[in-house]
Ligand binder design. Structure first.
Ligand code: G
Ligand code: G
Ligand code: MN
Ligand code: NA
Length: 251
């Protein structure tokens, strides 16, 4: 209750900010980032999204907060587009189911891209499997509209949700994001390693890009790179940080 009152004020008082976590290719070159929201509360300090995103979803505040994230991601992409060393970078944002279910969701994305003159190919939307099973026709219609705009769709936390494979066939998804729970145990647990292998093979057989998240060690990176995983994200390459910090990774 306390949290939801604070959340309501957080937008007005500019208490949110974005951090950017690097995404790299097999050579370790920076190709993009995931935007992650942070809430800096005047009394409680930094409140992690795991605590306030569920509250925002329950109260409906996720709609204005999601707008804020989209807008600020576009602002960041606009800045990167003007820098020769950064104009190739993509930016992924996490979309919550309530946000995606809004009837004007695609319109809002389109308006934001236009306002900030963003190349749609630079913006990626991370959706979760649970969002895809609800109203499949609505989901597919929106996804088709988004991919016609040129926006890329990524399936976050892949392997932990419903993992119905029919939507991979029916929906214009471009990227699978291997959940960090599988990556975590890659070098300790054969099942986790095999699951990563299987997701990479599945993705590639459907011409999807595969990114591993939660990569914390060189061993994990080497294993996944050997298995032809395309992209990597995790503390081994960088924690979520400011945009300035992120650009320092470009050599
Ligand atoms: O950074 P981490 O603690 O940074 O994120 C925790 C959870 O919060 C993740 O599941 C992540 O997807 C979610 N999250 C982070 N930023 C956003 C955001 O901007 N929007 C939504 N809907 N979820 C987010
Ligand atoms: O659910 P989603 O994938 O959007 O959330 C990403 C979450 O994972 C964020 O909380 C982010 O801070 C966290 N994260 C990113 N890289 C690592 C990592 O290497 N190890 C761990 N344990 N968490 C990570
Ligand atoms: Mn994510
Ligand atoms: Na994830």
């Amino acid at each position: 209750l306390e949290l939801s009152r604070g959340l309501r004020l957080a937008l007005d008082y500019n208490q949110f900010f974005l951090e950017f976590q690097p995404q790299v290719d097999r050579k370790g070159a920076l190709v993009g980032a995931e935007a992650l929201i942070r809430w800096s509360h005047p009394e409680l300090g930094l409140i992690p999204p795991n605590r306030f995103i569920p509250v925002a979803e329950e109260t409906g505040l996720i709609i204005p907060i999601g707008d804020w994230v989209l807008r600020n991601a576009c602002k960041q992409l606009q800045i990167w587009q003007t820098l020769s060393k950064a104009k190739h970078l993509t930016l992924s944002i996490n979309v919550s189911s309530r946000q995606f279910a809004q009837s004007n969701f695609v319109e809002q994305i389109k308006a934001c891209l236009n306002q900030y003159k963003i190349d749609p190919k630079r913006l990626e939307l991370e959706l979760t499997e649970s969002m895809l099973v609800k109203d499949q026709n609505d989901v597919i219609t929106k996804m088709l509209e988004l991919s016609e705009l040129g926006i890329q769709i990524s399936l976050d936390d892949f392997g932990t949700g419903y993992s119905s494979l029919t939507y991979l066939k029916r929906m214009p998804i471009r990227q699978l994001k291997i959940d960090q729970s599988f990556v975590k145990d890659i070098n300790m647990d054969l099942d986790s390693a095999n699951l990563c292998d299987a997701i990479i093979s599945l993705g590639h057989s459907l011409s999807l890009e595969v990114i591993a998240e939660g990569v914390e060690t060189l061993d994990q990176f080497e294993y996944l790179a050997q298995r032809n995983c395309d992209l990597f994200q995790g503390y081994y390459f960088g924690k979520p940080s400011s945009a300035d910090q992120l650009l320092k990774l470009i050599s």
